[in-house]
Every structure is written in C-alpha cells, then in structure tokens.
Design a protein around this ligand. Structure first.
Ligand SMILES: C[S@@+](CC[C@H](N)C(=O)[O-])C[C@H]1O[C@@H](n2cnc3c(N)ncnc32)[C@H](O)[C@@H]1O
Length: 292
C-alpha cells in the first residue's frame, strides 16, 4: 500500500532534497577527484612504481576508489592485473566505469558498491589492496584495517596513501586586499574537519603495525607544481576553493568571505582563473604494509 500521509510526503520530499544535495555533493567531489588525478598523475605514478612488489599482482582492490585515480594508475602499472574498485558512491563508480569503457579497460575493472563501515563485501584474495585518501573517511578505521588484513593473500601488500592537508594554490601574500586568506580558510576548515573527519592525519604506520602488518616502507612525497601552470591547475584551484567555501562560510570574517567570493567569481577580474601565480603545494604519504 502507498502511504500518502503528509508525514510520508514530507519524508519523501526530505529524502528527495537530501538525495539531490548528496548527488550535488558527489558531483562536486568527482570534479575535484578527476582534476586531482590529472594534476598529480606523475606523483601517483611514482608511488605505484615505488611499491615493494616482486611479481606484478594479478588481483588488486582499490578501497574508496572514488572516480578511479588509483584504479587507472594501477591498471597501467600492472598490465596483467584486474582491479576491484570499491566505493560507497554509485555515481563515482558509474563515472569510473564510463572511463574504463572509453579507455577499453572495462574487462579489467569490476566495481563493488559498499559502505565499508557497514558490510564488508566479498573481495576475493587480492595480492594488493590500495586505499588512497579514503581510510581517514572510515568511521572505524581499525576495523577496516583488520578486514583488509584478513582479505589479503598471504604475503600481500596494503598500500595506504594519505594527505596531510588539502593543497595550497595561492601565494602566501595573496590576494592583494586580504593577504593570507587561503591559510585562514584552511584554519577555519580544520575545526570543521576535526569534528567531521577525525581520523585525518592519524598515525597510520602505528595503526597498521598494531593490526599485525609489517610496515616495510614509508615515503612522503612533496608536490610543488608551477607556475607557469596549465589551465587544469586553475580549474583544480577553483573547484577546491569552491568546495571549501561551504565549510568555512560561517567562520570567516565578512571581509575574507567577500575576498573569497571575488576569487570564485569567474567573471571578476580577481577570479582565481586569471591568476598566473598559482601553484599546487601538497604532500602525500604512503605506507607499504605486508601481511605476514
Ligand atoms: C577523498 S576520496 C578519494 C578517492 C580516490 N581513492 C582518489 O584517490 O582519488 C574518498 C573516497 O572514499 C569513499 N568512501 C568514504 N567512506 C567510505 C566508506 N565507508 N565505504 C566505502 N567508500 C567510502 C568516498 O565515497 C570517496 O570516493
């Protein structure tokens, strides 16, 4: 029977509004993930090349794969491997599969939609599990680490890639009317993250060791790109600061928020897209952990 009560209608509208906002959020994140993959491609390549893997793995799992930055880098690095790409977001997985089809790689990619905090899907016995910028999103990362340990083939490798913080794009004395604005945005966002993403910046090496992994190697990669830069860097900076705005709007001063809005206004002479002095400054750390 169909429930047509006002309450059900309200629930339906609330659900529809929530779904719309979730879809919008997923689209915003997908754009940033794609730009991140493009801008940082050579750094991701250097990480996959560095992994202590003897024979190339045949089965790889990409946990929290997003739109496939790691999946495609791994498929390229290990030409005999198939990748199981897992994410909670159906729209990210859809986008990943579309790309795989376009690049003629669909037969080497299998997608699994799962919330890894809720149910652990059957992922076979991979020789490599890769988790880039996803472990800190888990509600209970220790439980996920145990699941990965039990899923890996004996002697298999778990590669955890994490970021210390989001990239910086503007020079420290920019913009001219509000120098240091970007750092103040990050400081404002840190409070938001401490509440909503408490495992960001966790000590993954110790947590892996405590779960019974042997951490064979750890490496921090410092990224410092441009100027000069390509248009992709401008779009990456624009998309990232746009997304950041929603997290900091209530905390920034009115003057800072106005200056941020000028940077985000692509018709403004102050638009971030018009700046020739943008950089991408960030760090990624990778832990290579072996299952005994
Ligand atoms: C910052 S993105 C990183 C995506 C990708 N690994 C990359 O390097 O571009 C984090 C991803 O983890 C996924 N994720 C977060 N929590 C998850 C969970 N509980 N189960 C499965 N995936 C999750 C998100 O949907 C998102 O795609």
């Amino acid at each position: 029977m169909t429930d047509t009560s006002p309450r059900a209608s309200h629930d339906h509208e609330t659900h529809a509004a929530h779904q719309h906002s979730a879809d919008h959020d997923a689209d915003g994140q997908a754009e940033i993930l794609d730009l991140d993959a493009e801008v940082l491609a050579e750094y991701i390549d250097s990480i996959t090349a560095w992994l202590p893997l003897g024979a190339g793995p045949r089965h790889i799992v990409d946990l929290g794969c997003g739109t496939g930055a790691g999946t495609f880098a791994l498929l390229q690095r290990f030409p005999h491997a198939k990748v199981t790409a897992v994410d909670t977001s159906t729209s990210h997985l859809h986008r990943l599969l579309e790309k795989a089809r376009t690049e003629g790689l669909a037969d080497r990619v299998h997608t699994v939609q799962a919330d890894l905090d809720a149910t652990w899907p059957d992922l076979g016995t991979p020789e490599l599990v890769w988790a880039s910028a996803s472990m800190h999103h888990m509600a209970d990362p220790d439980r996920v680490l145990r699941r990965v340990r039990d899923t890996l083939a004996p002697g298999g490798l778990f590669a955890v890639v994490e970021l210390a913080g989001f990239p910086r794009f503007l020079p420290e004395d920019a913009p001219e009317d509000r120098p240091g604005l970007e750092e103040r945005c990050h400081a404002a966002l840190d409070g938001h993250h401490a509440e909503h993403v408490p495992h960001r910046g966790a000590d993954w090496g110790s947590m892996l060791t405590a779960t019974g992994f042997t951490v064979e190697a750890e490496r921090t990669i410092t990224v410092n790109i441009g100027p000069p830069h390509t248009g992709t860097v401008g779009r990456y900076a624009l998309a990232s600061l746009r997304r950041m705005r929603s997290g900091v709007a209530r905390t920034l001063t009115a003057e800072d928020l106005t200056a941020l809005d000028h940077l985000l206004d692509t018709d403004s002479p102050h638009s971030i897209l018009r700046r020739g002095d943008l950089t991408v400054r960030t760090e990624r750390t990778v832990w290579a952990a072996r299952r005994a």
